[in-house]
Design a protein around this ligand. Structure first.
Ligand code: PGA
Length: 222
């Protein structure tokens, strides 16, 4: 049975209080399923309280970060290292198009970040914007997120996501490919039902806990 990843990318949203309320709401409504990995990626400052709330509630939720430092521990003011994040997170979103566009992230930096993640047992989830985005060889989890679909309400069609996934799997059969970009509870099924897609990366629709639970419910049969 393939893994299904349902990943909430909160971006720069939610106070600690709002984050805890979301976790209690969503966590208490989720069913545990061995192949279903539901991951929440809060802002750095929310991560610790989110993790504690999950442990106290014994909820079937994992925690991820939205980025991490390309460097190891040391004199890098303002950076969050993989070794620090490893205390709380299992996964890190890397190379999101918003980071490339707004913070000048390059493919080389992303590949350093992937290395840092793997050196500290954090699963790197690399975002690709199209089939030409380089993927570090050691990365086995990617999200196809076409720029036109991010935050616009216009998702791509499942067939395009499958086409990208098929090409990536030809090169690296064990790679898992997710889709991201304007995912909602309405369009989630079209992606999840595709054999070569392994889940969803969700921005705006993940902020509302009611909508997010609906999306996870769509994933249960897969
Ligand atoms: P969106 O964002 O769901 O708001 O389009 C997705 C993402 O940027 O990961």
């Amino acid at each position: 049975m393939k893994n299904i990843w349902i990943i909430a990318n909160w971006k720069s949203n939610k106070s600690v209080k709002e984050a805890i309320e979301w976790i209690d709401f969503v966590g208490s409504r989720l069913e545990k399923k061995p192949n279903l990995k539901v991951v929440v990626c809060p802002s750095f400052i929310d991560i610790e309280e989110v993790k504690k709330t999950i442990l106290v509630g014994n909820y079937p939720l994992l925690v991820g970060s939205q980025d991490l430092s390309p460097f190891d521990a040391g004199a890098y003011t303002g950076e969050e290292t993989a070794s620090i994040l490893k205390q709380f997170v299992d996964l890190s979103i890397l190379g999101h198009s918003e980071r490339r566009k707004n913070f000048g992230e390059t493919d080389e930096m992303i590949s350093q970040k992937v290395k840092q993640a793997l050196d500290h047992q954090i699963t790197p989830l690399v975002c690709i914007q199209d089939e030409n985005t380089p993927i570090p060889e050691s990365c086995k989890l990617v999200a196809y997120e076409p720029i036109f679909a991010i935050g616009t309400g216009n998702s791509d069609i499942p067939q395009n996501a499958v086409e990208i996934a098929n090409k990536l799997k030809q090169k690296s059969p064990e790679i898992e490919v997710l889709y991201g970009g304007s995912v909602t509870a309405q369009n989630a099924k079209g992606f999840l039902m595709q054999d070569n897609l392994s889940g969803l990366l969700i921005g705006r629709s993940s902020l509302d806990p009611i909508e997010f639970v609906k999306i996870v419910e769509v994933a249960y049969p897969f």
